[in-house]
Ligand binder design. Structure first.
Ligand SMILES: NC(=O)c1ccc[n+]([C@@H]2O[C@H](COP(=O)([O-])OP(=O)(O)OC[C@H]3O[C@@H](n4cnc5c(N)ncnc54)[C@H](O)[C@@H]3O)[C@@H](O)[C@H]2O)c1
Length: 379
């Protein structure tokens, strides 16, 4: 049966522009959603680079202003892959034009900026989702499914870390292409919105809402040269954050994120401890999950290393044969597939903008607590 075309308009051609383009191209080959994503246009400010990107990935056309892309009648969905300070303006304009919107995380720089985005998509009634892609790594999805089944019983702890080391040198600039993440004006925050947001999204998804928290943050390098102005300017982002929290279900949580953990490049780990069992997962070994089942007789009881590659595991039936692994990029293919499935069944694809706003509110609370040195409730 002929598939329904869905015309994608991509904004930005950096890291995520590549990850999403790959996802849109792969998804119809592996998932029968009934939709055929068409790479209709990519928008970026540099025409030559945008054209080169379009040629590499098979986009039909190029725009040098995202506003023109949003105006086009032949675009069904706007995919936002630009720095955080641009998300709100693009998403609100796209919603007003009735486009479906897939937005990179974090939804915006803070909740004040994100709330009108939620209002805009809900008023327009357009499909929307935020690319919190780690949910769609099969091992992580498996944890969610087993916790939701109640097999772990009461949950006591959910903890996560996301550790990197790429900004230790004071010579790394802030602002501009490649280093906008170090510029508070562009990013909103440092590791909190960039890395902890992933941990928090997954935590809320698996263990429910965070009720209150207290946090500390640090900016180890206080001044950096700005790549655009050439001037040495005060650094406004958090380089590291440590959080303790209470979940609405009574569990306790701890989170740590930093770009100063020498030796760690992208160490996202999470652990959940329940009455009857525990899970532990590590991005560096993302096809495996560690599982402890307390119901197993004592002499055989212990941590089990599950290779999450079986056809019965989430998403894996669509890929290769049991035992063969998949990678980081597949999490984006899965999110694109879920979005298209959602269109087919008229079901919102989680996290929607509204759901992602909760994560942004937790990020805001982390920064507020670090500033005030007080516990902050998330109402
Ligand atoms: N889901 C994930 O795991 C993940 C990973 C990395 C980044 N992200 C998020 O994706 C977004 C983009 O990050 P990235 O790593 O791809 O950044 P990047 O710097 O690699 O790419 C950003 C792109 O946006 C373009 N751009 C900037 N301002 C623009 C404007 N006004 N109009 C059009 N294009 C513009 C740049 O030219 C570049 O092509 C951020 O919000 C980031 O937080 C998410």
């Amino acid at each position: 049966m002929a598939k329904t075309p869905i015309n994608i308009g991509m904004v930005g051609y950096g890291f995520m522009g590549r990850a999403h383009s790959n996802a849109w191209r792969r998804v119809p080959n592996f998932f029968d959603t009934g939709y055929e994503p068409v790479l209709k246009a990519v928008a970026a400010r540099d025409a030559e680079k945008a054209r080169a990107f379009a040629d590499q990935w098979g986009y039909e056309s190029v725009e040098t202003d995202w506003r023109k892309l949003v105006e086009r009648d032949d675009i069904d969905a706007i995919d936002i892959c630009t720095p955080n300070d641009t998300h709100a303006e693009i998403a609100i304009a796209a919603a007003e034009k009735g486009k479906m919107i897939l937005c990179e995380k974090p939804l915006a720089r803070d909740a004040k900026e994100a709330a009108p985005m939620v209002a805009a998509v809900e008023k327009a009634g357009v499909a929307n989702t935020v690319w919190y892609n780690y949910r769609r790594i099969p091992a992580v999805t498996l944890i969610k499914q087993v916790v939701a089944s109640g097999k772990l019983g009461k949950i006591f702890h959910y903890r996560a870390n996301f550790l990197q080391d790429w900004t230790i040198s004071p010579d790394v600039p802030q602002g501009g292409p490649g280093t906008w993440r170090l510029d508070a004006a562009a990013a909103g925050s440092g590791v909190t919105g960039d890395l902890l947001a992933h941990c928090i999204d997954t935590a809320i998804w698996i263990n429910g809402s965070i009720a209150s928290l207290t946090a500390m943050t640090e900016t180890f390098v206080k001044e950096r040269q700005h790549a655009l102005t050439g001037k040495t300017e005060k650094v406004g982002i958090d380089d590291a954050a440590a959080v303790i929290c209470r979940y609405a279900n009574g569990a306790l949580g701890t989170f740590e994120s930093t770009r100063y953990a020498r030796g760690h490049k992208a160490l996202y780990t999470l652990e959940v401890n329940g009455e009857h069992g525990s899970f532990a997962w590590d991005l560096h070994d993302m096809n495996r999950v560690q599982w402890f089942d307390h119901s197993v007789p004592g002499e055989l009881r212990g941590w089990t290393d599950i290779h999450v590659t079986d056809g019965e595991h989430p998403y894996l039936g669509k890929w290769w044969v049991p035992g063969l692994i998949i990678g980081y990029e597949h999490s984006f293919v899965h999110q694109a597939a879920d979005f298209l499935e959602g269109l087919k069944s008229d079901t919102p694809t989680s996290p929607t903008f509204r759901e992602a706003l909760e994560t942004t509110r937790v990020c805001d609370a982390i920064l507020e607590s670090a500033r005030t040195q007080k516990w902050v409730g998330i109402g």
